[in-house]
Structure formats: C-alpha cells, structure tokens
Design a protein around this ligand. Structure first.
Ligand code: HMG
Ligand code: MG
Length: 331
C-alpha cells in the first residue's frame, strides 16, 4: 500500500484573502462544498482576524454557518444502499489572538475543529502582518492554545518567511528552528513552514528540513497524531514548488497545503509593484504526489471542478473591482 499523504486546501482562506474584490459569502460556501467532495483531508475555510486588516474574510462566521447548514442538508439525504459515505474533511481557520476566540465561541458546534496560529521567522514581516514582534505574537497565542486544549481542538502553528522575507531577504534556518521550538513549547500540535514568497528551492528546502530534524528528530506522521509533525505550505513564484514537494516527500514530509488553481498570497507580503504570489495549486500538488508513488484519496476530476469554480468567482470579483475603480476614475 502506498504511503498516504495529507492534503489541506487553503483556497477559501489564503486563496481569497489577497483578492482586490470581496467574494460573496454564498460563493465561498459553495467553494467549500465543492472542496468537501474532493477527498482532501482539511479545508482552511477562513480567518478570525481583524476585518480592518483583511476585509476579504470579514464574513468568516457567516461562511462557517453556511458550510454547517449545507452539510446538514446533505446529511438529510440517506445514502443509497452500497454507497460509501464520502470521506469528510476537517475544517480549519486562523485565530491570531484572544479576540479571535469570540468567533469560535459564537459558532459553537458549527465552528472549526482545527485552528491555526501564525507568526514568522522575520521580525519585519511579523510587524507588518500582525502589528507585533515575534515574541508578542507568541504571547497573544497563549489564550488560543489554552482554548484549543480545553476544547480538544487541533492546533497548527504557521511560521511564515521560512526561507525568505519580502523585506529582510534570506532567512537563516536557525531562526526558523528557534521559532518552531517556541511554538512546540507553547503546546501547538504541529508546525507549518510557510514559504510566503515562494523562495524555496530543493537545496534550501533540504537545508531547512535538515536543521529541523537535527533539532526535533525525524518528522512524524500526521496520520498517527504524533507531536512534531510538519506541513509544507508552499507558494509558487518561480514554478519550483512541485520540485520542492518531491524533495520534502523524500525527506519524510507527509502533509502539504495547496490552493485550487494556484490562488493565494498574503496581503502583507506584497511589496510596492509586486503582489504576493499564489500557493502551489492543489491540482499540481496532488498530481506531483501521485506521480511520486504516494496516495492522497483525492479525486482529481472533482478537484478540477472546484478549481474551475474558484477561478471563476475570483475572476468575476476582479472584474467587478476593476469596473468599480474605472467607474470611480470616470466619475
Ligand atoms: P491590532 O490592530 O494590533 O489589534 O491587530 P489590537 O489588539 O490592537 O485591536 C485593534 C482592533 O482590532 C480592536 O477593535 C480589536 O477588537 C480588533 P476596535 O476596538 O478598534 O474596534 N481586533 C479584532 N477584530 C476581529 N478579530 C480579531 C481581532 N483582533 C483585534 N481577531 C491583528 C492585530 C493580529 C488582529 C491584526 O494585525 C490582523 O488581523 N492581522 C491579520 C493579518 C492576516 O490575516 N494576514 C494573512 C494571514 S497570514 C498568511 O497569509 C501567511 C500564511 O499563509 C503562511 C505563509 O504563506 O507564510 C499563514
Ligand atoms: Mg500562505
């Protein structure tokens, strides 16, 4: 039996957070519904961050409610005899601080079972993305960690700029290892290394994973629920992300993020004239993993269908945003 690799599709969150237009809530819910049928293990549905900072995801609570309602409608339909119940993904969201927990409390059972905190290996990026130093971000996570522990939520800790920062340039692996150690000490369940601007190549990736395993031991399997497991979150600026996936698989990584149709990018990683790059497309990610001889349980036809839908709603929103700007300019 081929080794199983865990896939998280982050398109409803990372994919939509940097778009010039706001996607209507019902279209986000439909995207999550389509992704739910693909067989991915996890869908990052949204972020409980400040709507002043990321207005594109200001409807996070409504999206979770819509997804819960859509799922309960589906479950009313009894499966036909012999039908296998579809593998149900877990739903997740970013929660940067105590205030983000309000959304979780409001949602109750309709909320995510998996949540993520996010910090960076670069002080400048942490400041621009979260208005805090790296140490301050870790301090803000403490109530989130406590909430996850009490309520049995799985907690991921993202480290952005794991290879390079759009403002500081290359980042030494020791800085990433140092932040990872602090997150692990805090009590997070697993680390996600974010290549925020798509700077990784095979040799820098090998170097970072070598440093991580030298400090924390071999990478564990996400399917065995061990502590110290690792997700690679790759953006794909130079078309090297698929190559990096193969290297990471060789080195024992069994969990990856992608966004259908390569959407995505952090708004606070954009520099003047240069928009932050999209994630590796989940379609490319899954194909690369299958070609390397691993299994994912993802149905590529359904993934393509979700990808077409995502591309369409984003393009429609871009056209709406452009016509509003042009209308404003003509007025
Ligand atoms: P702040 O301004 O320092 O927060 O923002 P504050 O505590 O001073 O509060 C200021 C106001 O914001 C208050 O409201 C708070 O209630 C409100 P007011 O009294 O002025 O009306 N507020 C909130 N509202 C809703 N939800 C919250 C929240 N927190 C405070 N959770 C904060 C700090 C972290 C909130 C802000 O900087 C923020 O929202 N940043 C988010 C940036 C972001 O989402 N970036 C993209 C995600 S990270 C990423 O893309 C990288 C990743 O993909 C990996 C990779 O690729 O590397 C994960
Ligand atoms: Mg990202």
């Amino acid at each position: 039996m081929p080794d199983q690799v865990r896939i998280t599709d982050v398109s409803p969150r990372d994919g939509l957070q940097n778009e010039p237009g706001v996607i209507p809530t019902e279209q986000k819910v439909e995207l999550v519904r389509l992704l739910t049928d693909t067989g991915v293990d996890e869908i990052e549905v949204s972020s409980f961050v400040s709507p002043k900072w990321v207005p594109q995801l200001g409807d996070a609570v409504a999206v979770f409610r819509g997804v819960a309602a859509a799922n309960s409608e589906r479950w009313k339909v009894a499966p036909r005899q012999g039908d296998q119940p579809p593998q149900q993904p877990v739903y997740s969201a970013l929660v940067p601080n105590e205030r983000g927990l309000d959304a979780l409390r409001e949602l109750g059972d309709s909320g995510p079972t998996h949540i993520s905190v996010f910090t960076a290996a670069s002080e400048t990026f942490a400041r621009k993305n979260t208005n805090a130093t790296v140490a301050e971000t870790l301090e803000r996570f403490k109530p989130v960690v406590e909430h996850a522990r009490v309520h049995g939520l799985h907690l991921r800790g993202y480290i952005s700029c794991a290879f390079a920062c759009p403002f500081e340039g290359s980042i030494a692996p020791e800085r990433v290892v140092d932040v990872a150690a602090k997150l692990i000490n805090l009590g997070i369940d697993h680390i996600a290394l974010g290549d925020t601007i798509g700077a990784a190549g095979p040799s820098t990736l090998r170097g970072l994973l070598d440093s991580m395993t030298a400090r924390f031991g071999p990478i564990a399997s996400p399917f065995r629920g061990e502590s110290w497991d690792l997700t690679m979150h790759l953006h794909d600026t130079f078309g090297r992300a698929a190559e990096c996936v193969k290297v990471a698989l060789d080195m024992g990584v069994r969990s990856f993020d992608g966004a259908v149709s390569g959407l995505g990018g952090c708004p606070y990683a954009s520099t003047p004239g240069k928009r932050a790059p999209g994630n590796i497309s989940t379609q490319t990610l899954v194909r690369t993993i299958h070609e390397a001889g691993y299994a994912t349980g993802v149905d590529l036809d359904r993934l393509e269908q979700a990808g077409r839908f995502a591309a369409k709603i984003v393009n429609d929103a871009r056209l709406r945003a452009a016509s509003t700007t042009a209308g404003g300019a003509n007025a």
